[in-house]
Design a protein around this ligand. Structure first.
Ligand code: GDP
Ligand code: IMO
Ligand code: MG
Length: 428
C-alpha cells in the first residue's frame, strides 16, 4: 500500500480503531484526517483497552509515525490529557513520532460553549452532538475566523487571537441567553497547552508527501462514518467534516494517485448515537440484546459520551450507498460474535417509501424519515464464535450471512472480527 484509507460505512463506531490498529502493523505513517475528539476509537492490546479520541491508533505500534492532519479540529487541552494518559501506560509520544499539522484548526472554549448553547437552543431538534465544539470550530474555519495550530508557535499572538475569539463568541452566547465566558479564566489552560505542544507542530502535508515519495506506506484513519458526512450523510443530523474518502486527501494533503486501498468498516448490525433517521432501529428486547448491558467495554455505549447507542438490524441500503460514495475496494465486517444466539437475523435490503422501492437512501430528509425497511430474514446461529480463526470453522449460517452482506452491497468482505482483541480476526 502506498496509501490505504479506512472509513466508517455507517454512523460511526464501526470498529475503525481496531481495524486501523491491525493495518498499522504494515504502515509507516498513520494519519487522522477529519473530526476531533468527537471520535472514540477503542484498541485492545493485551490487558490494556485504549480509548483514543485524537491520537491515531498507530501510536500503539513503536515503528509508526502518527499525524493529526490539517482536516482535523484539535482541542489542545484535551489532546495533552490524552498524550499524558497513554504516556502513563508506557506509550512514547515524542515529536519524532507524533506530529500536528500547523494547518489543523483549534477547538477553543468558545467553540465548546457555542456547541452547548446551539444544542440547547435547538431543543427537540437538537443534533445530539458530542458537545466537543466540533461544529462551531469548523464553522469558524470555513468562515475564515478560526485559529490554526501553527498560531500556537507565537504564544503572545495566540493569546490575543484566543481572547478575540472568546469576545466574539460572548456576543452570540449572550444573545442565546447562555452564560458568557470569562477570557481570563478560560484561556490559561490553552496557553499552557500551546507551550507544551509547540514542538509537535509542523507542515505535515509536506512531511507525508516527502515520505510517500520515498516509498513510505500511509494509513489514513477515518473517524465518524459515511452517514455522518456533512455532504453525504443525513444532513443536518451529521458532523461538520468529511469523513468519506475524499476527506482523507484534503484532510492530510496528498493526491489520489497514491491511494490503492479504500477499506470500509461496517458493524454487522446498525448503531447510531445522537438524533437523525435510522430506518432499522429496534426497540425493546432485540435492541437490548444488540446493545449489551454495558458490563463489557465493547457493549454499545458511546466511547466519548457514554450515551447508550441506538441499535438495529444491519442496513444494506446504507452499506451499498457507503460503498458507492467512497469507492470501497473491500469491506471489513466487525462484531460477528454479538450475533450469536439470535434465532433469525434480518438485513434491510431496500426501503419502501410511499409504496415505492428504494435501493439507495433518498437524498431528502423528509423522504428518508418515511423509509420503511424491506427485510430479508436469514437463519441465525447459536455457537460461540469468539475462538474461531478460520472461515471454514464458522457455522454455515455465519458464512451465509457474511456472503449475503457482501452481495447486497456489491463489495468483497475480506476480513471479519469475532471479538475486540487483536487476534480475533478471520481473513476470508
Ligand atoms: P470506532 O469509533 O469505529 O473505532 O469504534 P468504537 O471503538 O467506538 O466502537 C467499537 C467497539 O466495538 C469497541 O468497544 C471495540 O472494542 C469493539 N469491537 C470491535 N470489533 C469487535 C468485535 O469483532 N467483537 C466485539 N465484541 N467487539 C468489537
Ligand atoms: P467515531 O470516530 C459515532 C455523531 C454525534 C452526533 C453527530 C454530530 O468514534 O466513529 P459532533 O459532535 O460531531 O458535532 O456530533 O455526529 N458523532 C459520532 N457518532 N461515532 C463518532 O466517532 C462520532 N462523531 C460524531 O453523536 O450525532
Ligand atoms: Mg467510536
Amino acid at each position: 500500500m502506498p496509501a490505504t484509507i479506512v472509513i466508517g460505512a455507517q454512523w460511526g463506531d464501526e470498529g475503525k480503531g481496531r481495524v486501523a490498529d491491525w493495518l498499522a502493523a504494515d504502515a509507516d505513517i498513520v494519519a487522522r484526517y477529519a473530526g476531533g475528539d468527537n471520535a472514540g476509537h477503542t484498541v485492545v492490546v493485551g490487558d490494556n483497552v485504549f480509548k483514543l479520541h485524537l491520537i491515531p491508533s498507530g501510536i500503539l505500534h513503536e515503528h509508526v509515525t502518527c499525524v493529526l492532519g490539517n482536516g482535523m479540529v484539535v482541542n489542545p487541552v484535551n489532546l495533552l490529557k490524552e498524550m499524558d494518559q497513554i504516556a502513563a501506560l508506557g506509550v512514547e509520544v515524542s515529536p519524532e513520532r507524533f506530529m500536528i499539522s500547523s494547518r489543523a484548526h483549534l477547538i477553543t472554549p468558545a467553540h465548546v460553549a457555542l456547541d452547548g448553547a446551539s444544542e440547547k437552543a435547538l431543543g427537540s431538534q437538537a443534533i445530539g452532538t458530542t458537545l466537543r465544539g466540533i461544529g462551531p470550530a469548523y464553522l469558524d474555519k470555513t468562515g475564515r475566523k478560526g485559529i490554526r495550530a501553527g498560531q500556537m508557535l507565537d504564544i503572545e499572538a495566540f493569546g490575543d487571537a484566543l481572547n478575540d475569539m472568546i469576545r466574539r463568541a460572548n456576543v452570540t452566547l449572550t444573545a442565546q441567553g447562555a452564560q458568557p465566558l470569562n477570557p481570563d479564566l478560560v484561556t490559561q489552560d490553552y496557553i499552557e497547552a500551546a507551550v507544551r505542544l509547540r514542538p509537535f507542530i509542523r507542515d505535515t502535508s509536506t512531511y507525508v508527501n516527502a515520505r510517500l515519495k520515498d516509498g513510505a506506506r500511509v494509513l489514513c484513519e477515518g473517524a465518524q462514518g459515511t452517514l455522518l458526512d456533512v455532504d453525504h450523510g443525513d444532513y443536518p443530523y451529521v458532523t461538520s467534516s468529511s469523513p468519506t474518502a475524499g476527506g482523507a486527501l484534503i484532510g492530510i494533503g496528498f493526491g489520489p494517485g497514491y491511494v490503492d486501498r479504500v477499506m470500509g468498516v461496517a458493524k454487522c448490525f446498525s448503531t447510531r448515537v445522537g438524533s437523525g433517521p435510522m430506518p432499522t432501529e429496534l426497540e425493546g428486547d432485540l435492541a437490548s440484546r444488540l446493545r449489551g448491558t454495558g458490563e463489557n467495554f465493547w457493549d454499545e455505549y458511546g466511547t466519548t459520551t457514554g450515551r447508550p447507542r441506538r441499535c438495529g438490524w444491519l442496513d444494506a441500503v446504507v452499506l451499498r450507498y457507503a460503498a458507492q460514495v467512497n469507492g470501497f475496494t473491500e469491506l471489513f465486517l466487525t462484531k460477528l460474535d454479538v450475533l450469536s444466539g439470535f434465532d433469525e437475523i434480518k438485513i434491510a435490503v431496500g426501503y419502501s417509501i410511499d409504496g415505492k422501492r428504494y435501493e439507495f437512501p433518498p437524498d431528502r430528509l423528509t423522504e428518508l424519515e418515511k423509509a420503511e425497511p424491506i427485510y430479508e430474514t436469514l437463519p441465525g446461529w447459536s455457537e460461540d464464535i469468539t475462538a474461531v480463526r478460520q472461515a471454514s470453522d464458522l457455522p454455515a449460517e455465519t458464512r451465509t450471512y457474511v456472503q449475503r452482506v457482501g452481495e447486497l452491497c456489491e463489495t468483497r468482505i475480506t476480513t471479519i472480527s469475532v471479538g475486540p482483541e487483536r487476534e480475533q480476526l478471520i481473513h476470508l
